[in-house]
Design a protein around this ligand. Structure first.
Ligand code: GDP
Ligand code: IMO
Ligand code: MG
Length: 429
């Protein structure tokens, strides 16, 4: 059975959670393949709000299996408390939540390492991360010497021995860098993590085998992206990115499922653009337009509460993201937020050092210099949060969505006009 993926095409928070939730009634398995608790996916069902971070959004639908794949980085206390919070809302977890034995573990020293760089005196060294230990954990994973997989929690003696060596190394490193550093105790971390391991034991399995068996049994598998394609470590605005392949490119490595299995790749975009943390953002509006979008769209981070930076839709960057993620269609989200703006702008090209380009430059030096070339479209004044059909949208709202579709060279299959599951229009084009 071919699979589907839902991937953000901007800098995260495109409302992927809402789309995954919407599609869950037609899927049997939902898989997270990268990232960790840096993600914050908000879903509103019948006025009730759910916030998910590391656990796939499919957990909200009874009967759907949820998988945290090998490409994810897991902070066990964060994962266990999220599972507890989900269970306390009456949702079944046992038997349908599965954690890869190959996923990597985030330890307290990763959080300390991240604080070190994020609080560095040199402003140019800050990335504005979510401080969930994501970068340092992935760094240890690719560095190999200090990476620890979930499966190691099931072998206490070698786990304790390895942790002794790793913690001794980290203590030396952090002790040299920090003035008032209290060394970590390998033994207390090992005690704590082995206890987590016992609680996680029922969920731990070979998720690659599980997903392939599901596909072979014609179960419908949905891959849930976290972050967005412009935060992809290879394809995004490096170094202001996350540490994983957050485009659809990450599915093959992070879940062990080859790209050819993905038949439907839904690229999720906001009708405008937001970004949290540092990094270039050519269409940013540091003015009343940006402020208005932030207030109407409630653009504050789910994980950190930081105000999101807001700006116009950037067709140059988003087109690139759609190509990398193999998008077969797009979902245009938060269209309602633009109601009342007299005119709307869309960046269709950049001018860099006087030269026009429709490609995303490799270097942030060029991206920071990029002056967007805008097309201006008329806005609409009526609120649209109650609109249920494509034809029911104001003409200029339809025109705006059609323009995005033309710019992206992709059909728009879904338009969202509010956070709730039923504030969704299936366009049919
Ligand atoms: P994700 O990380 O991609 O899942 O997105 P987030 O959940 O971080 O951010 C999207 C926010 O927009 C959430 O608060 C959603 O409840 C909200 N949202 C989703 N769709 C719409 C929409 O069409 N209109 C409005 N106004 N809000 C929406
Ligand atoms: P969802 O899944 C928006 C951003 C951070 C920072 C950069 C690196 O909700 O869309 P990290 O902690 O990953 O090392 O931070 O990436 N970032 C996100 N921005 N949505 C997210 O997730 C994000 N996850 C990370 O703000 O700029
Ligand atoms: Mg989010």
């Amino acid at each position: 059975m071919p699979a589907t993926c839902v991937v953000g095409l901007q800098w995260g928070d495109e409302a992927k959670g809402k789309i995954v939730d919407l599609l869950c009634d037609r899927h049997d398995v939902v898989v997270r393949y990268q990232g960790g608790a840096n993600a914050g996916h908000t879903v509103v069902v019948g006025g009730v709000t759910y916030k998910l971070s590391l656990i796939p959004t499919g957990i909200l639908r009874p009967g759907v299996d949820c998988v945290v794949g090998n490409g994810v980085v897991v902070h066990p206390p964060a994962m266990l408390s999220e599972l507890e919070a989900i269970a306390s809302r009456g949702l079944e977890v046992e038997g349908r939540f599965h954690l890869s034995d190959r996923a990597h573990l985030i330890f307290p020293y990763h959080l300390a390492e991240e604080r070190l760089t994020e609080e560095s005196a040199s402003a140019s060294d800050h990335l504005g991360t979510t401080r969930r230990g994501i970068g340092p954990c992935y760094r240890d994973k690719v560095g190999r010497v200090h990476g620890v997989r979930v499966a190691e929690l099931l072998h206490p003696k070698p786990f304790r021995e390895r942790l002794e060596r790793i913690v001794a190394y980290k203590n030396r490193l952090l002790g040299a860098m920090l003035a008032d550093f209290t060394p970590f105790s390998a033994r207390s971390i090992a005690d704590e993590y082995l206890a987590y391991g016992e609680r996680m034991r029922p969920y731990i399995c070979d998720t690659v085998g599980l997903i392939h068996s599901a596909l072979a049994a014609d179960r419908r598998v949905l891959f849930e992206g976290a972050q967005g394609s412009l935060l992809d470590v290879d394809h995004g605005s490096y170094p202001y990115v996350t540490s994983s392949n957050s485009s659809a490119a990450g599915i093959a490595s992070g879940a062990g499922v080859p790209a050819r299995q993905i038949e439907r790749s839904i690229g999720v975009v906001k009708a405008y653009t937001t970004r949290v943390g540092g990094g270039p953002f050519p269409t940013e509006q540091n003015n009343e337009v940006g402020e208005r979008i932030r207030q109407v769209g409630r653009e504050y981070g789910t994980v950190t509460g930081r105000p999101r930076r807001c700006g116009w839709f950037d067709a140059v960057a988003t087109r690139r993201a759609a190509r990398v993620s193999g998008s077969t269609e797009i979902a245009v989200m938060l269209l309602d937020v633009l109601a009342g703006l007299e005119e709307l702008k869309v960046a269709v090209a950049y001018e860099i050092d006087g030269k026009r380009s429709t490609e995303l430059p490799a270097s942030i030096i060029d991206l920071e210099k990029a002056v967007p070339v805008y097309e201006t479209l008329p806005g609409w004044s009526e609120p649209i949060t109650g609109v249920k059909t494509w034809q029911g949208l104001p003409r200029d709202a339809r025109r705006y969505v059609e323009f995005l579709s033309e710019q992206m060279g992709l059909k728009v299959s879904i338009v969202s006009v509010g956070p709730d599951r039923d504030q969704t229009i299936l366009t049919g084009f």
